[in-house]
Write a protein that binds this ligand. Sequence first.
Ligand SMILES: C[S@@+](CC[C@H](N)C(=O)[O-])C[C@H]1O[C@@H](n2cnc3c(N)ncnc32)[C@H](O)[C@@H]1O
Length: 234
Amino acid sequence: MKDAVMRKTTTIKKIVKGKTFADVGGLWGTKGEMVTQALSAGATRAAMIDKLDKSSEWWERFDKHCSDKGFQKYEKIIHDISAPKTAKKIGRFDVVHCSGVMYHLHDIIGFISNLLSISNEYLLVTSEVLPSTIENSKGRIHLDDNGAICVPYLSKESLNVLREYFRIENRNAMGITSNAVFFNRSTLTPNFGPWWWLFTAEFMSRLVSGFPVEIMDEGFSKNKKIYQILVRRL
Ligand SMILES: C[S@@+](CC[C@H](N)C(=O)[O-])C[C@H]1O[C@@H](n2cnc3c(N)ncnc32)[C@H](O)[C@@H]1O
């Protein structure tokens, strides 16, 4: 793990020229999308991959956003990145970026594995992380670097400490600051809206480096709330 600040957009711009690119889970909000950044830096092909189905207003808003920036040629792929046989279904890209998705998924190991399976060369994965110790008026919890905490199974006491932490930071975290339904009642499949996992930057770095990859760079976002890791497949 590195304590330094890493600039995500600069990193993508440095590696993507002449390569194919995919942004996984970049749709919501459109502000964090990297498709137009990759194309402007010389990517030969760029795709937005997201789980939201075609009725979601965000696909239309994404088209408008791209068009406003002068881009017409890009791909839109509706896909759940945690689905089995992902590479077979959606193909591979030289550079894969995914931010703000990891903590929403119940299977974070399968998630990294699937991201790597669709990457020919580079994967840049970023996620919200928490400090090792959180202490406030509601108590204290410790997040061990050796593991992650599973949100649906938090004790009432821990939940209170975390709720207070997010309240002070003025942030929303479904499942912590508001109630969430973790499993779809009829299909029993896990929902992707709530936070499933809480982990430290050290844990995230260990999880990613457990795969056959070379870490090219890693570091925090400017506000230190997000950790970013760039790896090359071995
Ligand atoms: C919190 S937003 C992050 C948006 C953007 N990447 C950013 O960092 O600002 C999460 C996005 O991931 C998508 N998403 C969540 N789970 C997903 C999954 N299993 N497969 C693909 N996309 C997913 C959501 O639809 C949403 O667009």
